[in-house]
Design a protein around this ligand. Structure first.
Ligand code: EPU
Length: 338
């Protein structure tokens, strides 16, 4: 474990933004992490996991701690359940593939999501009708200033749509080191109700899908519309889908009869931000190396050498236009580091 100086973070964030960390350290075990914390008791730290949900807009003068603690352990198995303890530095998609290989069900809809296991609870990652909270049992986290370990149950995490206690009450206070999942073995509960999954399975003539089939179609769907961060820098959905009142929705529907929507409850409707952005003409547009993806308007991209500030400026331009045209406030899903 050694401190590296003036290290480029381009390879450590999926947006591929080239900022410099004045000091950078990689930890591969919990004792190493405890060591870093006890040696830097008063120092501000920047915790870097998979870097898949952040936009870096400036060089970092703080000590950057990259969490690379790996390992998967089967804790216990019962008739139809298995509890897996997974260290924070495991790559999310590799872990999902490990589950598919071992016939552990519950995470197949979350295939191909970039990032590490340790950051998945922070924003309660979700896709195709499934969220992390559905299989999350608990996580271990180290308190940054005291070094004490704390266990957060599913309830403690207060999961919501792309939200958790780690983004609110205890934001920046803990480092997640390990997550325990409760998955199925043998009798899986598949979630194939999402339109695109149903259609893809039908196209393949699969009527009784396995978890592997579901994983494969999710991968196929994601590849067809989301850019691969190893080819084009991006952080997935840049904004959250906004939730508006039913009254505002009915009003908007008068001028835009084709507006897509998902009912949350009697009072609230979720609108796909990608649709709003496309309506404003941003889809596929490019300003220098910063742009809006051509197949999914919710994804902002770095074609090569865009700066974080250029991406941020583009995102603000989009927010302003959506506010102006639809009177809707778009919130970022991505963490802006400014
Ligand atoms: N749409 C457009 N134009 C676009 C994109 C979308 O009109 O350019 C409309 C279409 O009507 C489409 C609808 O939006 O039917 C929904 O699009 P999509 O199925 O791609 O889902 P999304 O709402 O844009 C959300 C998540 C994704 C997740 C997908 C699938 C958020 C912020 N994003 O996107 O998550 O993969 O659903 O479940 O909730 C991520 O969080 O990084 C992410 C990729």
């Amino acid at each position: 474990m050694k401190i590296e100086h003036n290290k480029s973070l381009k390879k450590y964030n999926t947006f591929g933004i080239d900022v410099i960390a004045s000091e950078f350290i990689e930890v591969t075990s919990e004792p190493e992490l405890q060591n870093v914390l006890s040696q830097n008791p008063t120092r501000e730290l920047f915790v870097l996991s998979g870097g898949s949900n952040m936009l870096l807009t400036k060089n970092l003068e703080t000590l950057v701690v990259h969490i690379a603690i790996k390992g998967i352990t089967v804790l216990k198995q019962a008739k139809n359940t298995v509890f897996l303890s997974v260290n924070a530095g495991e790559n999310w998609h590799d872990f999902v593939q490990y589950c598919i290989k071992n016939n552990y069900g519950g995470l197949e809809n979350l295939s191909l999501i970039p990032g590490y296991v340790g950051s998945a609870p922070i924003q309660n990652i979700g896709a195709y009708g499934v969220e992390l909270k559905d299989t999350f049992e608990s996580c271990e986290a180290i308190h940054i200033t005291t070094g004490k370990k704390h266990i957060f149950s599913n309830k403690d995490c207060k999961f919501g749509y792309r939200n958790s206690v780690f983004k609110s009450e205890v934001k920046g206070k803990y480092i997640i080191t390990n997550v325990t999942f409760k998955l199925t073995q043998n009798e899986h509960i598949l979630n194939t109700s999402y339109g695109a999954i149903e259609n893809a399975l039908r196209d393949k003539n699969i009527s009784t899908p396995t978890i592997k089939d579901v994983s494969e179609v999710v991968i196929q769907i994601r590849k067809s519309k989301l850019p691969d961060p190893s080819e084009i820098g991006n952080s997935g959905s840049f904004f959250k889908n906004p939730i508006i009142s039913s009254a505002q929705f009915l009003d908007l529907q008068k001028s835009h009869p084709d507006i897509p929507s998902y009912k949350i409850d009697e009072q609230n409707i979720k609108i796909p931000a990608g649709w709003l952005i496309e309506q404003c003409g941003f889809k596929g547009k490019r300003w220098g190396d910063a742009g809006v993806h051509k197949k999914q308007a919710l994804v902002l991209v770095n074609y090569d050498n865009a700066t974080g500030k250029e991406i941020l400026t583009l995102s603000q331009k989009i927010q302003k236009e959506i506010q102006h045209r639809f009177n809707i406030k778009l919130e970022t899903e991505v963490n802006i580091i400014s």
